[in-house]
Design a binder for this molecule. Structure first.
Ligand code: KG4
Ligand code: ZN
Length: 398
C-alpha cells in the first residue's frame, strides 16, 4: 500500500468541499483528508416528496437558494474563515447536470477569488472515501456524526487491496481498489440501482419517500414467512433488481384481488383487522392509495418489505463476500446511501471473514465531507483542475 500525503498541499491542509449532485446541498471543511471540522447538509426532501422523486429543475433552484447559507455555516467552524482554506473541491459527476453546475461553479468562484487550487471529485469515489474520515473527530453542523464504524477497524485507515460495495439511489457497483485512484469495477447493476429499487418498492407498498429508511423501519422485527426471488446472475458480479420489483408488484396485485374477493358481500367499510385506512396513510404523510385501490394491510406491507429487503441483502452480501475472497481483500468497504441500511451492515459483517467498514449514517448519504476526503488524495496525486472543468452527468468511476 502507498501512504499518500497531499504533496500539493501544506501539512494540516484544510479543504472546503461542495456537493450538489442530487437533492442535498452540502458544504464541509476537512483537515488532512480525515478530520471533519464542519459538515453541513441542507436536504431538499420536502421540496421533492410530493412528487415521489427528485425533480431536476426544482433541485437546481433549491441548490442556488441554499448554497450561501450552507457555505457560511460550514466556514463558521474555521477561526480565520476563508483565510484558513488551502484548497477547494466540488463534485463534478455523476449526477444531475443542472444541480452539479451550481456547486462546481460556486467552487470555481471561491477558488478563483481566493487564489486556491481546485479539484473536481467523482461522486462515487467520494462515497467510498467517506470510509477514510475520522469518525471520532468532533463535527460541527447539522450532518454531524451519528452511528459507529465496526469497532475492529474504527481507529485505523483502510488498507489496500479493498473491495467496496457502492450502493446508492443511482448506482450499484462492486469495485476493487488496489491503491488510491486505482479502481476496477467488478460488477454493476444491469437495470435499477439498489436505492432506486427500495424507492420504487416503497411506492408500490404505499410507503413514503425515500423508500430505503421506510422499508427498513417497517421490516424491523418482522418474522418473515414470505420469500421473494433472488437474481443471482451466475458467474458474474453484476446485479439486477428490476425483476424483484416486478415480483413485489405481482404479489401486491394478487393480494388486492384476494382482498377484493373476501370483502365482496361484506357491509361497506368492513375490512381486515390489519388494514391501513386511507385516512391513516394520509395522516402518516404517506401517499394515499388511488381512489379505486383497496389500502394494503399493514401486516402484508411489513411482510413484503421484509422479504424484499432480505432478497436484496442476500444477493449484495454474497457477491461482495465472494469478490473479497477472490481478490484477497484485506477489508470490505460499504458506501452510498443504502450503506445506511442496518440489515445490510449486520449481514455483511456476519458473513464476511474480514473486517467490514462502513461510515456513520450521516456520512453514508450525500454529504460534502466525503468529497473533501476524496479530494485530498487527488491533490496528493498532483491533480489540479483549471477553469474549463465541466460537469459530466454520467461520469464513470474510471
Ligand atoms: O447516496 P444517496 O444519498 O444519494 C444518491 O447518490 O443516490 O442515496 C440515496 C438512496 C435512496 O434511494 C434511499 O432510499 C437509500 O439511499 N437509503 C436507504 C437507506 N437510507 C437511504 N436504503 C436502504 N436502507 C436505508 N436505511
Ligand atoms: Zn450519493
Amino acid at each position: 500500500m502507498s501512504e499518500h500525503n497531499a504533496a500539493g498541499l501544506p501539512p494540516n491542509s484544510t479543504i472546503l468541499a461542495l456537493e450538489t449532485s442530487c437533492d442535498e446541498t452540502a458544504a464541509a471543511v476537512v483537515r488532512d483528508g480525515r478530520v471533519v471540522l464542519s459538515n453541513v447538509v441542507a436536504s431538499q426532501l420536502d421540496a421533492h416528496r410530493r412528487y415521489g422523486g427528485i425533480v431536476p429543475e426544482v433541485a437546481s433552484r433549491q441548490h442556488i437558494l441554499s448554497l450561501t447559507p450552507v457555505l457560511e455555516e460550514a466556514l463558521a467552524a474555521l477561526p480565520g474563515g476563508w483565510h484558513d482554506l488551502n484548497a477547494v473541491a466540488a463534485t463534478y459527476g455523476p449526477g444531475l447536470s443542472g444541480a452539479l453546475l451550481t456547486g462546481l461553479n460556486a467552487a470555481k468562484a471561491i477558488a478563483w477569488q481566493r487564489d486556491l487550487p481546485l479539484v473536481g471529485v467523482n461522486h462515487l469515489e467520494a462515497h467510498i472515501y467517506a470510509n477514510w474520515l475520522d469518525v471520532d473527530a468532533p463535527a460541527v453542523g447539522n450532518a454531524g456524526q451519528v452511528g459507529r464504524v465496526d469497532e475492529s477497524v474504527a481507529a485505523t485507515q483502510p488498507q489496500f487491496p479493498l473491495v467496496a460495495l457502492v450502493v446508492s439511489g443511482g448506482h450499484t457497483l462492486l469495485v476493487l481498489l488496489r491503491d488510491h485512484g486505482d479502481y476496477e469495477t467488478l460488477g454493476q447493476t444491469r437495470d435499477d440501482a439498489v436505492g432506486e429499487a427500495f424507492d420504487k418498492v416503497a411506492r408500490i407498498l404505499g410507503l413514503g419517500y425515500p423508500g430505503g429508511p421506510a422499508i427498513q423501519q417497517i421490516a424491523a422485527g418482522v418474522q418473515g414467512a414470505m420469500t421473494l426471488p433472488r437474481a443471482w446472475l451466475r458467474d458474474s458480479y453484476d446485479f439486477s433488481f428490476s425483476g424483484l420489483k416486478t415480483a413485489v408488484l405481482h404479489k401486491v396485485q394478487e393480494h388486492r384481488e384476494r382482498e377484493a374477493r373476501v370483502t365482496q358481500g361484506k357491509p361497506k367499510g368492513a375490512r381486515g383487522a390489519d388494514a391501513v385506512s386511507r385516512n391513516a396513510q394520509t395522516e402518516r404523510g404517506l401517499p394515499s392509495p388511488k381512489a379505486d385501490e383497496t389500502p394494503l394491510g399493514a401486516q402484508f406491507v411489513a411482510q413484503m418489505a421484509y422479504a424484499f429487503q432480505e432478497s436484496v441483502v442476500d444477493v449484495l452480501v454474497k457477491k461482495t463476500v465472494d469478490a473479497a475472497r477472490q481478490f484477497g481483500a484485506t477489508e470490505i468497504l460499504l458506501a452510498g446511501g443504502v450503506a445506511a441500511n442496518i440489515r445490510l451492515r449486520a449481514e455483511l459483517s456476519r458473513r464476511a471473514s474480514i473486517p467490514v467498514r462502513y461510515p456513520p449514517i450521516a456520512l453514508c448519504t450525500d454529504n460534502a465531507a466525503m468529497v473533501a476526503a476524496a479530494a485530498y488524495y487527488r491533490f496528493g496525486d498532483g491533480v489540479q483542475q483549471g477553469w474549463d472543468l465541466d460537469v459530466i452527468a454520467n461520469l464513470p468511476l474510471k
